[in-house]
Design a protein around this ligand. Sequence first.
Ligand code: NBY
Length: 833
Amino acid sequence: VEASIPEPLREAWLKHSASEFTTKEEFEKELVRHIETTLARSLYNCDEHAAYSGTALAFRDRLIIEWNRTQQRQTLSDQKRVYYLSLEFLMGRALDNAMLNVGQKENASEGLKDLGFRVEDVISQEHDAALGNGGLGRLAACFLDSMATLNYPAWGYGLRYRYGIFKQEIVDGYQVEIPDYWLDNNPWEFPRHEITVDIQFYGNVRKYQDANGKTANSWENGEIVQAVAYDVPIPGYGTKTTNNLRLWSSKASTGEFDFQKFNAGDYESAVADQQRAETISAVLYPNDNLERGKELRLKQQYFWCAASLHDIVRRFKKTNRAWNEFPDQIAIQLNDTHPTLAIVELQRILIDLEGLSWDEGWNIVTKTFGYTNHTVLPEALEKWSVPLLQNLLPRHLQIIYDVNLFFLQQVEKKFPNDRELLSRVSIIEESHPQMVRMAYLAIIGSHKVNGVAELHSDLLKSTLFKDFVNIYGPDRFTNVTNGVTPRRWLHQANPALSALIAKKLGGHDFLTDLTLLDKLEAFVDDKEFRAEWSEIKTQNKLRLAKFIQETTGFKVNPKSLFDVQVKRIHEYKRQQLNIFGIIHRYLTIKAMTPEQKKKVVPRVSIIGGKAAPGYWMAKTIIHLVNKVSSVVNQDPDVGDLLKVIFIEDYNVSKAEIICPASDLSEHISTAGTEGSGTSNMKFVMNGGLIIGTCDGANIEITREIGEQNIFLFGNLAEDVEELRHRHLYGDFKVDPQLAKVFEAVKGGMFGDAKDFQALCSSIEEHGDYYLVSDDFNSYITTHEMVDEAFQKQDEWLAKSITSVARMGFFSTDRVINEYADSIWNVEPLVVKD
Ligand code: NBY
């Protein structure tokens, strides 16, 4: 259907085309209008939540005006676009970000004040959009911000889960999961009920002769589910670009099939069908770095890949270009292997629906896709069982077999008679049942594969993907070290620090060119500047202390060293090392004389994060942290010298309060296990120092800020394998100080010893896979060095300022430019005023 208004009628449109508020007055007018009409409230009936909704609606209008213009501009310019496929977008709140990105926070804040509200209170009414687990999902959100800010024509594609990551409650020290229903009155999404795609599942493949007498395949008799588009505008910071995040929601197809059921009086089964369809986009799987092979998860993946590709192909076809121009117009980035079926789906569209030959199709496919790997942990590598695929996606399985066949032929040609190699690199793992290795499929179907930090990318090349480096050569594999957006993680989360930096550098340009931070080094010795820097940290700590008291009831002394570890709970991230270290500190303090206690640097140890609901060991760690917290915090022997706080329901908006308030944060994964880590970057950017292992991006952070400004400890990645072997086959003795900690735990100091048995025995008896014992001594001596350093506040401040000054590399702007140059080959679409 032609929806565009004919030329002669456009004048009236253009005359009345919506415009944006640019003053406090205009904002107030918009706000009151929305409260009175859209929300049907009045000045007699307007609470903070209504003020939030009204403000959000006013800003949403602004965003959508720029969104419309951006989309028009991008369509007209007809240049290459990027599509970022991610099952997770951990966006957090949108209002503060929208205010800052369009440069209207001042006006909004003053306007709200006139009408009786404080902007911070209004902002905190918003429910986090928590469509992600952790780092991978938050990285996707930072990428969207940078792509818009840098004016890249780029869309995100994801799923519109009805339930985001669960809300965590702690009951008697245990994690309890509460569903996160977040969609009611979400002002940030635009339903596009007219943009739908029918998605097929199950059914069978029929071979037939096409018009030219060639054998062709048709996938038939499946069950149809409808995908409906919901669009979320993504404003860039200080630019005219507002990009799009398109999220798909599942719905029963309104095809005749269902009407027949209704008409035949089979009401109940028709309703059941409907619910089954809606289940596809119902819930985000809450596992990070763990793959469980559930059919519904596979359905989610195909549903979202197929809807997105259909949308992309539809847009391409409107340009009437030849198919071989597809990769010149479109780059698709796969955020982990979760969207790998998109590779197969594009090949299916090209050969089954558009009639291209296999080779023509596959040539287009491999030029289009890039694949980002985020982990080397074996339990996180996706595999789908062949019988499951055979049933759900029969045609896709055939295509996978063909991809594998041609690939193995190619390998055989290059390395003749190496059967071991063929079985190692085959997409099909010959287990019972057979499994499809999604990472291999992703490598074979992409032109570039990247890891997320240097060590991680090197490990991919030397271990997991070694054979593929031999087959394809090293050029297919590259590194793009992660970053974070300084808009949210510095400017929004820490406005006072951002303002101080701007004062020194003569403006906020550093927010779009973070390397400008290096100019701060000139002021490291400036006494007044140091004092201001220190005062900001103190204020941020006071804010966190207040938050802790309100949410946990514990009072913490803001003069203490705030030591933070917030991230998903996982054995490889080693929160157990942290809590054992805390217990060691507790025992040490308790054994001290009053004289000795006077020399102790007071600490607040803050731990937060969610455990996957089925990850029993991670839940045990949370349990222990909470037990230690309740014992330590009321022990008069330690008083303010040590407090242990578990932050319930850690999420993006809590991170925005926590990051600016840390003195020290912990990034202590077993060397070689963390892909990159991104919270390490957020903490350093906010003037916190870090204690960490030589893992992930810690290594590059050290290179940038200098090793005198970071507390590194522990074994190196290159020694891990040998140590593990020794644990199992040599004589292994638990570190003596750790043994003392275990004694205390087993003696019931923190409640029933049985509750923590598994945690101790995984180290003492089951090989200590994560090297907690090996690193324990190094860990606690390094913490002693931290204490010493913290006492020399002046030097500590110099470290803090110098580190921030040298963090320019870790902006996602740099990251996105690297992807654009070396993987996507796309250019920004710069807008003239
Ligand atoms: O991605 C994280 C890495 O652990 C971290 O080192 C890195 O900085 C970050 C960004 O590159 N990975 C991560 O967050 N992974 C997941 O959340 C995740 C979620 C689901 C599944 C696997 C991993 N899954 O298979 O279902």
